[in-house]
Design a protein around this ligand. Structure first.
Ligand SMILES: *Cc1c(COP(=O)(O)O)cnc(C)c1O
Length: 389
């Protein structure tokens, strides 16, 4: 038996090195990386600015704990609150932890008000992480099997169905938790009009809106946060994947009304917001700003979607192309797994989202040539698939 617990169905590939949007296996075979560590390697692999910043920080201090003030953590909180319009940040190490912090903050906020509200409504097909609270919030039964008893106070409604949400709300409803674009669940976009209606519904009923931007945040969708495209602001925002560009860090941000519900002793993390992770996140933010990466995400995203759309007109096996920025999905009318494997055999790393969607998540600084190369590989795979589909 393998000495690593068997929690992942891994690809038959061992990656040892990367540069930009290229990675190499242990036999030095190169691949074009349109997975980017599952939307984590924001700046690509071995980014020189990142390497320099974290090496410098490592030479000064890796960790000192939250018993002390941490200047880089303060700087990161200042930048994230300014960018998001929210008031204060809590730092942790992952997406699930950020969502757990959000759920705790919501409960504590209503507890402080002597209100009975404790329950959270989220969407079917959503993904919010694998902690007991966050897998319960997740709208997919497969992640819950075998883990009962699950914490009470969670329910689910279909995305983009405002009537279903109105029906689900009651006087116990504390928060609505949504991804602006469901990444794991199939690259399903929450319509701007839906998000606006949810925001209004929350305001009307005194319910808090939590947006899980663990996958969509930090430029992935072409704006710093996907919610900007709907013209709304959440009460609570969660971030992780792309924030550290490869260093583990998560963040939960909240409005001035809600953030004070957390005081000393209510929540915490030993590693959260350590100097090294915060330096990585600050580097991601400064590189996005100084290299006009949001503009690149919009242009490369359009290039990718247009190219896939063109392929869809020649290969009806692609039934829909959708996404925002560089979070792009191509839905197939067959299982996607053989296409992911064939792409890999042809030197392109892509991912699935649900059983029949191909998901493309390149680094935010991917080039036009690399997008063209990926499209050519997808075209070759579609062509050869006519022999095995
Ligand atoms: C990946 C993901 C999570 C969980 O993040 P972890 O770092 O794996 O805990 C939560 N929410 C969304 C939207 C995600 O894509």
């Amino acid at each position: 038996m393998n000495s690593i617990m068997n929690t992942y169905a891994r690809f038959p590939l061992t990656l040892v090195r990367g540069e930009g949007s290229r990675v190499w296996d242990e036999r030095d075979n190169g691949f074009l990386d349109f997975i980017a560590g599952i939307a984590v390697n924001t700046l690509g692999h071995a980014n020189p600015a990142m390497t320099k910043a974290i090496a410098q920080q490592a030479s000064e201090m890796l960790h000192c704990s939250n018993l002390f003030h941490i200047p880089k953590q303060q700087e990161l909180a200042d930048q994230l609150t300014t960018l998001s319009g929210l008031n204060a940040a809590f730092f942790c190490n992952s997406g699930a932890e950020a969502n757990e912090a959000a759920i705790k903050l919501v409960r504590k906020y209503f507890y402080d008000q002597n209100s009975p509200r404790r329950s959270v409504i989220s969407a079917t097909q959503s993904f919010h992480g694998r902690l007991l609270s966050t897998l319960t919030a997740t709208g997919q039964d497969k992640v819950k099997v075998g883990f009962d008893p699950l914490p009470p106070g969670f329910s689910h409604v279909p995305l983009n169905d405002i009537e279903a949400l109105k029906q689900a709300i009651n006087d116990q409803t504390a928060a609505i938790l949504l991804e602006p674009l469901q990444g794991e669940g199939g690259v399903n976009i929450a319509e701007a009009s839906y998000l606006q209606a949810v925001r209004e519904l929350c305001d009307e009923h005194g319910i808090l809106l939590i947006l899980d931007e663990v996958q969509t945040g930090i430029g992935r969708c072409g704006t710093m946060f996907a919610f900007e495209q709907a013209g709304i602001t959440p009460d609570i925002l969660t971030l992780a994947k792309g924030l550290g560009g490869g260093m583990p860090i998560g963040a939960m941000l909240a409005s001035a009304a809600v953030a004070p519900a957390f005081g000393p002793g209510t929540h915490g993390s030993t590693f959260g917001g350590n100097p090294l992770s915060c330096t990585a996140a600050l580097t991601v933010l400064s590189e996005i700003g100084s290299n006009d990466l949001l503009n690149n995400v919009m242009q490369r995203g359009a290039q990718l979607q247009n190219g896939l759309q063109e392929l869809a007109s020649s290969y009806p096996i692609i039934t829909q192309v959708r996404g925002q920025g560089l979070l792009v999905g191509a839905e197939l009318n067959v299982e996607a797994a053989p296409f992911v494997a064939a792409a890999r055999d042809n030197g392109l790393l892509i991912l699935m989202a649900g059983p029949n969607v191909l998901r493309f998540l390149p680094a935010l600084n991917v080039s036009a040539e690399e997008v063209d190369e990926a499209l050519a590989t997808v075209a070759a795979v579609l062509e050869e698939s006519e022999t095995w589909v």
